[in-house]
Design a protein around this ligand. Structure first.
Ligand SMILES: Nc1ncnc2c1ncn2[C@@H]1O[C@H](COP(=O)(O)OP(=O)(O)OP(=O)(O)O)[C@@H](O)[C@H]1O
Length: 647
C-alpha cells in the first residue's frame, strides 16, 4: 500500500527541477560509465513503493520537513535557539570557559546520480535543498545535489567548510553512504578527469597551510588509510609485499603493488586512548603530491570486484585519515585535529557469485549496524528529555560502527553524503538511503576543539627561565670580578702617575721660582739708578764685564722660561689624563649602578616565578579536584581516537 503524504499536493509545485534527461545527464564528462544520450527510456510501470517502514515515524514526510533545518552547510555558523519542536540548534559555536564547542546536527547531503530513465521519474529536486517522491513525500537536507552537479560543487559545499573546522582544531568526518554503484567512490575519489572530495580536500589543506601558518608555529600532516573487509581491518599503507622505493620528495614510500596479504589490525578500547585501531601506520606527508601518493598506494591495495550494479565495486569500507598538528612554540599550545574521509561499501541485494554473496552479507550487516546506531542516536536526540549517551547504542555490532563510535559520540563534526540512483529498479534501496539520511539529520552532537598545552610545557618553561637567571647571575658575577680587578689596578696606576707628575711639577715650579729670584737679584742692581751711576763711573772694562754678566743672566732666564713652558704643557697633559681617568671611574660607578638594578630586577623575577609556580600548583590541584568530580561523566562520554595513532 502506498503511503500518501499529507503534504504531497503542496510540495509538488516547488519542484520545478524534475529530473529530466536534459538536466540529469552531464554533458561530455569523460571517465564515467554513465551513457550520455538524450534518449528517454519510459518506465514500464509506475513507481510503487509499498515498504511498510516508509510509514515509520522517522520517515514521515511531515517530520522531515519540520525537523530539517534550512542550514546549508556546517560553515554557516549561527546561533539560533532551540526550535519550537524541540530540535537542537544547528552549527553553533559555543564558548564555555576557555574551551570552544561546536554544536549542531549531522550535516546530511544527497547526491543524485545521473540516470537515463527519467520519464515519469517520481523523484523531484526542490529549490530549497529538498527532494520529494510522489509516493513517499518530501525530505529536506543540508544539500541536495542535482545530477548535473559536479565534484567541485560538492566539495565547495561540504568539503571546504570542514577543512576550515579542521584548522580551527575540530575533528571532522565525511562518509559516503548509498547503494552499490550510486556514486560514492566517484564522489569521494573522483576520476582522473574529475577530482573528488579527497584530492580536492588534500589540495585545500596544503593551500591553507601556506596561508594560515604563523611565524611561531610548527605544522605537521600525517595520513593513515584503513580498510574493513569482511569484518576485518587492514592497513592499506602497510602491506607486507610492498616494496620500498624513493619518492620524488626524498622520503621513502612503498611501491604501489596489488598486495595480497596484510596483517589484520585490532581495535582496542582503553580508558586512556579510547577506541583506536592498534598498529595503524601513519605516514608523514609534506605536500599534496606526497599525500596523494600515499592515497593512491592505499587505493591500489583496496579490494574491488564486479557486481551486478558496478563493474568496479568497492568491496570494503575505507577510511583515509589526515591528521593536522599545529604547535605554537611560544605558548606551547598544540591543536591536533583529524579529517576522516570514508567511502563505505554499497548496500546491495544478494549477488550471483558466492564470493560476492559473502562480501555482500558482511557489507549489509555492517551497514545495518550503522543504520541501527544512527537510528538510536536520532531517537535519543529527538526525544525531549533524553540524551543519547544514556541509552544503549550498539556500536559493538560491527567493526564499522566500532571505528565510527568516537566520531558519532561527539569526537567529530560529522557530515554524510548519501548517493542515490533514481532508476526504477533501485527505488527500494534509494528509499532506504533517504530514510537513513533523514535519521542522520536528527542526530545532534557537541564537539570539542582539540586544543591542549604541550605536556610539561609550563614546568619546562619555568626551568628554562630559572636556568636563564642562573646564567645571567654568573655573567654578572664574572663581570663584577673583572671590573673589581681592573678598578684597583687602574686606580693605583693612575694615582701613581698623577703623584709623580705633581712631584715633578712641584720641583719644576721651585726651580722656576729660584731662577726668577736669581733674575730678580741680577735685575735689581741693573735697574737701580745709583747702581747705574756707579757703573758709569767704573772703568769701561769693568762695565763690559758687568754687561756680559747681565747678558748671560738674561739668556739663562730665557732658557728657564722655555723650560717652564715645557713643564707647564706636561702638567696640563698630566691633568687631562687624570680627568679622563676620573671620567672612566664615573662610568664604572654607572655600570655598577646598572648591575645593581639588574640584580634587583632578577630578584623581582624570581619572586614572580615563585608566585606563578604557586598559582600553577593551585590550578593543577583544582583541575585534579574537578577531574575527580567529573570522572564518572567523562567515563560515559569519553572520546575515542579511531583514526589516528599518535606517536
Ligand atoms: N555523479 C556522477 N556523475 C557521473 N558518473 C557517475 C556519478 N556517480 C557515479 N558515476 C559513475 O557510476 C559508476 C559507479 O560509481 P561508483 O563506483 O562511484 O559507485 P559506488 O557507489 O562507489 O559503488 P560501490 O559501492 O559498488 O563501490 C562509475 O562508473 C562512476 O563513474
Amino acid at each position: 500500500m502506498i503511503h500518501k503524504s499529507p503534504s504531497r499536493r503542496t510540495m509538488s509545485r516547488p519542484y520545478n527541477q524534475h529530473i529530466t534527461p536534459s538536466t540529469a545527464i552531464r554533458s561530455g564528462k569523460p571517465g564515467s560509465s554513465v551513457k550520455r544520450k538524450n534518449s528517454v527510456t519510459p518506465l514500464s510501470t509506475p513507481v510503487s513503493i509499498s515498504t511498510p517502514s516508509l510509514r515509520t515515524r522517522e520517515s514521515s514526510p511531515t517530520r522531515f520537513s519540520t525537523v530539517s533545518s534550512p542550514t546549508r552547510t556546517s560553515s554557516s555558523c549561527s546561533s539560533r535557539g532551540k526550535t519550537s519542536d524541540g530540535m537542537i540548534n544547528l552549527d553553533t559555536i559555543l564558548q564555555s570557559g576557555s574551551t570552544q564547542q561546536y554544536r549542531g546536527t549531522i550535516s546530511v547531503s544527497i547526491r543524485v546520480k545521473p540516470s537515463e530513465c527519467f520519464a515519469r521519474n517520481p523523484w523531484k529536486i526542490g529549490q530549497n535543498h529538498t527532494i520529494a517522491h510522489d509516493d513517499v513525500g518530501e525530505f529536506k537536507f543540508d544539500n541536495v545535489f542535482h545530477p548535473s552537479s559536479n565534484n567541485l560543487q560538492v566539495y565547495e559545499e561540504i568539503g571546504k567548510p570542514l577543512i576550515d573546522k579542521l584548522f580551527e582544531g575540530y575533528n571532522a568526518i565525511v562518509f559516503a553512504y548509498g547503494m552499490t554503484g550510486s556514486g560514492k567512490t566517484f564522489t569521494m575519489s573522483g576520476t582522473s578527469d574529475e577530482a573528488g572530495l579527497i584530492p580536492l580536500s588534500v589540495e585545500r589543506i596544503y593551500a591553507q597551510i601556506m596561508t594560515a601558518r604563523q611565524d611561531d608555529e610548527e605544522l605537521s600532516v600525517k595520513v593513515s588509510y584503513l580498510e574493513i573487509y569482511n569484518e576485518k581491518i587492514y592497513d592499506l599503507l602497510n602491506y607486507q609485499d610492498s616494496k620500498i622505493c624513493s619518492s620524488t620528495h626524498g622520503s621513502f614510500i612503498p611501491k604501489p603493488t596489488q598486495a595480497t596479504c596484510a596483517a589484520e589490525l585490532q581495535i582496542r578500547d582503553d580508558s586512556k586512548h579510547g577506541v583506536r585501531v592498534v598498529g595503524l601506520t601513519e605516514r608523514d606527508a609534506n605536500s599534496t603530491e606526497e599525500l596523494m601518493k600515499w592515497i593512491s598506494i592505499g587505493n591500489s591495495n583496496r579490494r574491488t570486484g564486479e557486481t551486478d550494479y558496478n563493474a568496479r565495486s568497492s568491496r570494503s569500507h575505507t577510511i583515509v585519515s589526515i591528521t593536522l598538528t599545529r604547535t605554537n612554540v611560544a605558548s606551547g599550545i598544540e591543536t591536533c585535529s583529524t579529517l576522516s574521509l570514508c567511502d563505505l561499501a554499497g548496500s546491495e541485494k544478494a549477488a550471483g557469485q558466492q564470493e560476492r554473496r559473502k562480501e555482500g552479507a558482511f557489507i549489509n550487516k555492517s551497514l545495518l549496524a550503522l543504520g541501527t546506531v544512527i537510528s538510536k542516536l536520532s531517537a535519543g536526540s529527538t526525544h525531549p528529555n533524553s540524551h543519547f549517551g544514556t541509552s544503549h547504542i550498539p556500536y559493538r555490532d560491527s567493526k564499522l560502527t566500532r571505528i565510527l563510535q568516537p566520531a558519532l559520540s561527539g569526537d567529530s563534526i560529522v557530515t554524510t553524503i548519501c548517493t542515490i540512483d533514481t532508476r526504477l529498479e533501485s527505488v527500494s534501496e534509494t528509499v532506504n538511503t533517504i530514510r537513513f539520511a533523514s535519521r542522520a539529520k536528527n542526530v545532534s552532537m557537541t564537539v570539542k576543539r582539540n586544543e591542549a598545552e604541550l605536556p610539561h610545557y609550563r614546568e619546562n618553561m619555568v626551568n628554562s627561565l630559572k636556568r636563564q637567571i642562573d646564567e645571567q647571575q654568573e655573567i654578572i658575577w664574572e663581570m663584577r670580578r673583572q671590573l673589581g680587578v681592573t678598578n684597583n689596578a687602574g686606580t693605583d696606576k693612575a694615582s701613581d702617575t698623577v703623584l709623580s707628575l705633581r712631584q715633578e711639577n712641584e720641583a719644576l715650579k721651585q726651580k722656576l721660582q729660584h731662577c726668577e729670584r736669581l733674575l730678580d737679584k741680577d735685575d735689581t742692581p741693573v735697574q737701580d739708578e745709583r747702581f747705574l751711576e756707579i757703573v758709569e763711573m767704573l772703568p769701561s772694562a769693568i762695565g763690559t764685564v758687568l754687561e756680559n754678566k747681565i747678558q748671560g743672566l738674561e739668556s739663562k732666564l730665557r732658557e728657564y722660561q722655555t723650560y717652564n713652558t715645557l713643564l707647564e704643557r706636561k702638567l696640563k697633559e698630566a691633568e687631562e689624563r687624570v680627568t679622563a681617568k676620573e671620567a672612566i671611574s664615573d662610568h664604572e660607578s654607572e655600570s655598577n649602578r646598572i648591575i645593581k638594578e639588574q640584580e634587583e630586577e632578577l630578584l623581582e623575577l624570581r619572586r614572580a616565578l615563585t608566585r606563578k609556580n604557586k598559582m600553577l600548583e593551585a590550578l593543577q590541584s583544582a583541575k585534579r579536584l574537578r577531574e575527580g568530580a567529573l570522572r564518572p561523566l567523562n567515563h560515559e562520554n569519553r572520546a575515542f581516537d579511531i583514526t589516528s595513532v599518535r606517536k
